[in-house]
Design a protein around this ligand. Structure first.
Ligand code: GLV
Length: 319
């Protein structure tokens, strides 16, 4: 009997496809699977469908004799020790493509919300401070005509660039591929940091992108700069960010991702009016989450059949 372990409830229609080929066990709670349970379940599974709160490390992988595929319901896969998986030729799947536009929408929503101070405006109204129209109330910054620096010009970074052109923004980028159809100029990182009014991060988390934005990088930005992170929290040094926001070294930040996640209520970033934080919602739309679940199931089914995963992050195992 084929056993498939699913670490969080996903779309019913996707689960039903798994049910046709084996016994499906789903962690029923809306919190990460406790480590002991994850290890137990993984030890008996032929396939696992995971989300990014599950740490799939070498210790766990060492105790999974039957496992033929791990399919992460995310485009990022920094929760998985891919190197350890590759060493035993275990394919790891992800869900690129289907969440690109949805995540780019959120990056844009964060840029607009931070630039136009929407969270502060909402609090102002709900707390009863709105007594008159004021020429100096909650003045923000224009996206229109501003320079957007995109760090990580992959699928999502480019989708953000396409939206930026609708706002007549000038787009510059660092890292990733040039695309002839998207007008954008490549820059060394430091030049991008100096020139940009908005900086949006779209790099995967890797050793070389860990703390990519720290004190030095923040000190190069304009005092009017707005930093947006929909990538991974650890790409930014949170202490350096706090200092930069608090001292007015940069103007604002909008974060969909934090380090750690969830951000503790005691984190000083939560005290800053110029730091907007939402709970990792990049791909969070009904349609996109359903597409991600199906893409992840495509990977599980291929892996169980011994076929190449359609969306594989370690394709070198097939060589
Ligand atoms: C979400 O963060 C993802 O990587 O899909």
């Amino acid at each position: 009997m084929t056993r498939i372990y699913v670490t969080r409830m996903i779309a019913d229609s996707a689960l039903a496809r798994l049910g046709e080929i084996g016994e499906v066990r789903v962690w029923p709670e809306d919190r990460p699977v406790p480590r002991e349970i994850l290890i137990q379940e993984a030890a008996e599974a032929d396939a696992m469908l995971t989300i990014l709160t599950e740490q799939i490390d070498s210790t766990l992988l060492a105790a999974t004799p039957r496992l033929k595929v791990i399919s992460n319901v995310a485009v990022g896969y920094d929760n998985i020790d891919v190197h350890a998986a590759s060493q035993r030729r275990l394919p790891i799947g992800n869900t690129p493509g289907v969440l690109t536009e949805t995540t780019a929408d959120l990056a844009f929503a964060l840029m607009l919300a931070a630039a136009r101070r929407l969270p502060e405006g909402e609090q102002y109204v709900k707390q009863g401070h709105w007594t008159t129209w004021s020429p100096s109330l909650l003045l923000g910054r224009d996206l229109y005509g501003a320079t957007l620096g995109i760090i990580g010009f992959g699928r999502i970074g480019q989708a953000v660039a396409r939206r930026a052109h609708g706002f007549s923004m000038r787009v510059i980028y660092h890292g990733g591929r040039a695309q002839a159809e998207i007008p954008a100029e490549q820059r060394p990182l430091d030049d991008l940091l100096r020139e940009s009014d908005f900086i949006s991060l779209h790099v995967p988390l890797k050793p070389e992108t860990q703390r990519l934005i720290g004190t030095r990088e923040l000190s190069l930005m304009k005092p009017t700069a707005i930093l947006v992170n929909t990538a991974r929290g650890s790409v930014i040094d949170p202490v350096a960010l706090y200092v930069a926001l608090r001292s007015g070294r940069i103007w604002a930040a909008a974060l969909d991702v934090t380090d750690p996640e969830p951000i503790p209520l005691s984190d000083p970033l939560l005290t800053l009016p110029n730091c907007l934080i939402v709970p990792h919602l990049g791909s969070a739309t009904v349609a996109t989450r359903e597409k991600m679940a199906h893409r992840a199931v495509d990977n599980v089914l291929a892996g169980l059949r011994g076929e190449r995963l359609p969306y594989c992050v370690n394709p070198d195992i097939y060589e």
